[in-house]
Design a binder for this molecule. Structure first.
Ligand code: ANZ
Ligand code: ZN
Length: 807
């Protein structure tokens, strides 16, 4: 029989599918099918192309899409390009090639590589975030947000990369360094555009409950939003009209507040310095301004300076010294804290270093700790040194203490979020221009919606100016315009949007990508959205998903889409790494390209191997050698079919049983995303079928056909070929996913005791119809190693007992 020829088979079926697409909107009865939207996180069209790590996610999503297709759905499975961003711009700076040109070239190459996956992508739906027809809507959303007061300008000390000469969002700062170039990040005060994502904090938190997402990811989002209950308390400054408002999550510890700390940027910081302390305070404030937030929080050794002033604890009426330290952040809470060294570790370190008294107010089991060596940070305990609160349980007191503060007029109970507003401007060229005109009379005025898109103009030099202005600021004829409001001369905003802007809503556009009137038509939005399954890397578990949820909620509020959550189900795949778990990257020289593997083994083998390398949610080390095993399996499938297709044997009980077990194993494992065990299940069952064929003189066609259908989401080309070889008409994807019959799977198994010299030594489970030979083999295995001596006699009393005599 002919050997398995992956090249011929794969070429043949690609052509076939192009001519006769398997994914249909209408079923055989002429009815419109229900949609299933399976979305990949769209790639950045990098010059390096795809490696085997990119394949993993795309294979997973394609397997899922094809599985849903076989379950009767019309599949929406689009692909596009997240094409604004730094690499193309940095390339332009280095080589002088316009980002639009280099990205377009990269897209052509990657598209070719993606086609090698043979995924169900519908390229008619393609989007590209740098396409004016697309970013018109990215800008439109911004204008709508501006009109709602959700986009606003603010002077803001932002993370600044001195090498990229641009502002960075917190998430682009990794361990104090620029995510892109590794340079240590500093601070710079700049006018920024901000998006008021905080206005959506409660909804973003509460709606997590509605989502069928991994619990881990929901928790990461909840922690990022960081809702906490606490109090704001006013501490009057001694001998002054001023008072300092602090934010605390632990108002129960008020009697233990022995000092206060202001952030160096706090408006009272310099003001409260007494003449003796003025010089030291000014010096400290200046030094702090050079550090990034991350550095400030990570600093091991606490630093600080005393202002010379005191505040009065409103409850205890004690004098508390006011210090300045950079471990207090300006943009969190009120930028000032009351310090409780006995119960907060940072405060403890600070107090210890500067010799400030430590007063314990929560005692474990009512006993105070002598000579504290670290803070007692547990919230549980009995109040001590706290007057009217003494003897109360501290965890119960927390909320009541906040109430008491409010009632006595010292402050108010609060709800606080860790979530910050989103710094939304970049001082770079390759992004969407922010559609705002600055008029001396009217202020910031949005570009009229009907004038969008506001095109990104050509520039001569892509270099960031380093002044904090984008390269667009150098194009006078673009910058100088007239005010849309009053017609007087005005200037365009020259900042551009971050790369997140396009990726926060692209999934809405796929289904109506040619609509010039609307972002997406109401009809299509209702019919094809939201996304049913979203698949992508876990590195996007927080920000991209949070931003997309925020945009979707905003567009819901605007009446653009009829749902509040974009992604009903989420799967995050782990990374494929090089040897020793090192991330694949060009700079490390450990990138494995799929091209050679596809050539040598075929697309089907590589698809299955991508899944076989390990549980899909975990990282997996890549080793080319393993693909051989998967390839051998496919050859065995091929041979099994070749050898049995013309035999026309009738299905026996064991064939039916094996068929049902196969369906059961593949379906239940697939449903739980245990994709690596799906592949090992295929291998196991194939061996069973080979054995059965030997024993029973062949395998029935229904079983072989069922195997082809089950295999089709994973190895679609060989599945089609095998389906055809078995004499079937039409595509394997015209089938419905096979159902298993639990009854038919039942093994008639029995338990049989094994006696050695009259004593029961084991109980074995064997088929009711097992032969004496089979039963004895299992029995001997069960007692092997437990006994020594030679077997002199062995008897199997069918369905009763195994008797062995040893000497
Ligand atoms: C007194 C206290 C006693 C505190 C105690 C904690 C433990 P989360 O939970 O993260 O919201 N804090 C407030 N504003 C801060 C700022 N701008 N920079 C640094 N720290 C700040 O943390 C809230 C707690 O962090 C607040 O509660 C405050 O210290 C501190 F046993 O107040 B706490
Ligand atoms: Zn004006």
């Amino acid at each position: 029989s002919t050997p398995y020829n992956h090249k011929a088979i794969e070429q043949k079926w690609r052509k076939n599918w192009a001519a006769n697409p398997v994914n249909k909107k209408i079923d055989e009865k002429g009815n419109e099918k229900q949609k299933y939207y399976c979305l990949d996180m769209f790639p950045y069209p990098s010059a390096n192309g795809l490696h085997v790590g990119h394949w993993r996610g795309y294979v997973i999503s394609d397997v899922w899409s094809r599985y849903k297709l076989l379950n009767g759905y019309y599949i929406i499975h689009p692909m596009g390009w997240d094409a604004f961003g730094l690499p193309a711009e940095n390339y332009a700076i280095k080589i002088g090639v316009h980002p639009a040109k280099s990205t377009a070239e990269n897209i052509v190459n990657i598209k070719k590589q993606i086609d090698e996956i043979s995924a169900l992508y519908d390229w008619d739906m393609e989007v590209n975030t740098t396409d004016p027809d697309f970013y018109k809507w990215t800008q439109w959303i911004f204008v709508k947000m501006f009109k709602e007061g959700l986009a606003y300008e603010k002077e803001f000390p932002i993370n600044w990369c001195p090498s990229c000469k641009t502002g960075l969002a917190n998430e682009e700062v990794v361990n104090g360094a620029c995510e892109r170039c590794g340079t240590t990040v500093t601070k710079k005060n700049l006018r920024q555009w901000m998006l008021k994502i905080t206005q959506y904090a409660d909804r973003l938190l509460d709606d997590l409950d509605k989502l069928d997402w991994p619990e881990k990811v929901k928790k990461m989002q909840a922690d990022w939003i960081g809702k906490s209950y606490g109090a704001e308390v006013d501490f009057p400054v001694e001998g002054s009209e001023e008072s300092i408002r602090v934010y605390t999550t632990r108002p129960d510890t008020l009697y233990g507040a022995t000092f206060m700390v202001l952030a160096p940027e706090h408006e009272l910081a310099a003001k409260l310095a007494t003449p003796e302390q003025k010089e030291a305070v000014d010096k400290y404030i200046l030094e702090a301004s050079m550090k990034s937030n991350v550095d400030r929080l990570q600093d091991k050794e606490k630093t600080g300076v005393f202002t010379g002033s005191y505040a009065i604890n409103p409850l205890s009426k004690e004098k508390t010294p006011i210090w300045i330290s950079d471990y207090v952040l300006a943009d969190y809470g009120t930028g000032a804290i009351m310090c409780v060294p006995a119960h907060d570790q940072r405060d403890f370190e600070f107090a210890t270093k500067f010799g400030i008294p430590i007063v314990q107010v929560i005692a474990k089991d009512g006993v105070a700790i002598e000579n504290m060596t670290e803070a007692y940070t547990e919230a549980a305990g009995t109040m001590i040194n706290s007057e009217q609160w003494n003897g109360l349980e501290s965890s119960a007191l927390k909320v009541d203490a906040a109430k008491e503060v409010e009632e006595k007029g010292f402050g108010k109970a609060t709800v606080n979020f860790k979530l910050r507003d989103w710094v939304f401007s970049r001082q770079r060229y390759w992004g969407e221009p922010i559609p705002i005109v600055h008029c001396p009379d009217c202020g910031a005025v949005p570009v009229p919606e009907e004038e969008l898109p506001l095109l990104l103009p050509e520039v001569e030099s892509y270099e960031p100016t380093g002044t904090g202005e984008s390269p667009l600021a150098g194009i006078d004829e673009w910058v100088n315009t007239t005010c849309p409001c009053c017609g007087k001369p005005a200037k365009r905003e020259t900042n551009t949007m971050p790369q997140w802007a396009g990726s926060s809503w692209y999934f809405l556009r796929y289904i109506d990508n040619k609509n010039n009137e609307e972002l997406v038509s109401k009809e299509k939005a209702a019919k094809y959205l939201p996304v049913d399954m979203y698949i992508g890397g876990v590195e996007h578990a927080v920000l991209h998903l949070l931003y997309s949820r925020f945009y979707t909620k905003f567009l819901y509020d605007q009446g653009v889409v009829p749902f509040e959550e974009p992604f009903e189900k989420l799967f995050n795949q782990g990374m494929i790494t090089g040897k020793n778990g090192v991330k694949m990257s060009k700079s490390k020289g450990n990138v494995v390209s799929p091209d050679d593997l596809v050539n040598d083994y075929g697309c089907d083998s590589l698809r299955m191997y991508e899944l076989f390398v390990g549980p899909p949610e975990l990282d997996a080390e890549w080793d080319d050698r393993g693909i051989d095993g998967v390839n051998r399996y496919l050859k065995r499938v091929w041979n099994l079919v070749q050898e049995n297709k013309d035999k026309d044997v009738a299905a026996t009980g064991s064939m039916i049983k094996e068929r049902n077990k196969l369906i059961y194993d593949i379906t239940t494992r697939l449903d739980t995303f245990s994709l690596n065990t799906v592949i090992s299940g295929f291998m196991e069952h194939n061996n069973n079928l080979i054995e059965l064929a030997k024993k029973e003189g062949g395998i029935d066609k229904e079983t072989l056909g069922t195997m082809a259908i089950l295999l089709s989401p994973f190895a679609p080309h060989i599945a089609e070929e095998v389906w055809q070889e078995l004499g079937n008409e039409g595509s394997v994807f015209a089938n419905t996913w096979p159902k298993y019959d639990l009854e038919a799977m039942k093994d008639d198994e029995i338990e049989v005791p094994v006696q050695v010299n009259g004593k029961t030594k084991a109980v074995i489970t064997i088929a009711a119809e097992a032969t004496a030979e089979e039963a004895l083999a299992v029995a001997k295995e069960a007692i092997a190693g437990k006994l020594s001596g030679n077997i002199v006699k062995e008897i199997y009393v069918p369905k009763r007992i195994v008797n062995i005599v040893m000497k």
